[in-house]
Ligand binder design. Structure first.
Ligand code: FAD
Length: 277
């Protein structure tokens, strides 16, 4: 069986201990031979400097690395500066995003309103220099007017020059398959790689899924809640559920898997071990 391409997502640590812990997790995860690692930006107040530092560390370890890069509140001049920084650091792949709107944001004055505008600007500024990843939402972005409007927004990002996409986490593969079919019907044929969130706790995953508009099926939620404080059972159940999901996706021929590692190696390594990846 051909090897399934894997990619791994990290967030920039805020403390020296976090930096050391991430370095350890990363080295353990390199056993999976990831195609690339991506580093988030902005979420939880992280800065682009933190993102770039983590990306540089990964590149120095000989692994391809992609900074996430959001445009909300940015200007053309500031984006141009970031692109120059990325170029100087040897970055060749970006995850181009709108980013989450700050509370109270009116939207009127920003030079960029949507990720499609960022993708178009990066292409206009730098041609084919960067491989551009964008976000996809099998269960619809929470602020979209309708699933059709969100699909059209996704198609617009591809039209603007995106090379491939990573999905929001999901726990229901039907939503992913339907999204990919619908995108194909619109003539969109870039790889759409499922974003996989390992389940390692109960309240965190319930909150997190709700926040990003991903449905945690009732049977999963009820079982997680019934485990109470029994973290060993939660982890064991979570590994079973997510391994099954990945297995289904692999059997259906997905172009790769992107793991939201949360800077931990254990769950991702165990899922991949069970799948012989
Ligand atoms: P867009 O594609 O611009 O879509 C945003 C909304 O606008 C959608 O509802 C869409 O339907 C709508 N829309 C788009 N174009 C139009 C149009 N022309 N007219 C009307 N409506 C339109 N957030 C972070 O802060 N940091 C990160 O590092 C980060 N990494 C992520 C990685 C992945 C793989 C994913 C899936 C999400 C990530 N996010 C991150 C979250 C992301 O920033 C939010 O979901 C954000 O709200 C939307 O970003 P986007 O790039 O998908 O936006």
């Amino acid at each position: 069986m051909a090897k399934l391409p894997l990619s791994l997502e990290f967030f920039p640590p805020k403390t020296p201990e976090g930096v050391a812990r991430l370095a350890t997790a990363r080295h353990e995860l390199y056993a999976l031979k990831p195609e690339f690692c991506s580093v988030t930006y902005g979420a939880g107040g992280s800065t682009q400097a933190g993102t770039l530092q983590a990306v540089q560390a990964i590149l120095a370890e000989g692994v391809d690395a992609a900074p996430h890069f959001s445009c909300i509140g940015a200007t053309q001049a500031s984006i141009r500066e970031r692109l120059a920084e990325f170029r100087a650091a040897g970055v060749r792949r970006l995850v181009a995003l709108r980013g989450d709107l700050p509370s109270g944001y009116g939207g009127g004055s920003s030079e960029f309103r949507y990720a499609s505008e960022l993708v178009a600007f990066i292409r206009a500024e730098s041609g084919r220099e960067f491989h551009i990843e964008v976000a996809a939402y099998p269960e619809m972005h929470p602020q979209a007017r309708s699933p059709q409007a969100d699909l059209a927004a996704f198609a617009a990002k591809v039209e603007a020059g995106a090379d491939s996409a990573i999905t929001q986490m999901f726990f229901n593969s039907d939503a992913y398959f339907r999204f990919v079919d619908d995108a194909h019907a619109l003539g969109v044929d870039i790889p759409v790689v499922p974003g996989i969130m390992p389940i390692t706790n109960s309240s965190g995953i319930i909150r997190f899924a709700e926040g990003c508009g991903a449905e945690l099926p009732r049977w999963i939620r009820l079982r997680l809640q019934a485990f109470g404080d029994d973290t060993a059972s939660i982890r064991a159940f979570g590994l079973d559920v997510i391994t099954d999901l990945c297995d289904q996706l692999r059997n259906a021929g997905v172009p790769g898997l992107h793991f939201y590692t949360m800077n931990h190696s254990g769950p991702t390594l165990e899922i991949c071990r069970r799948l012989s990846l």
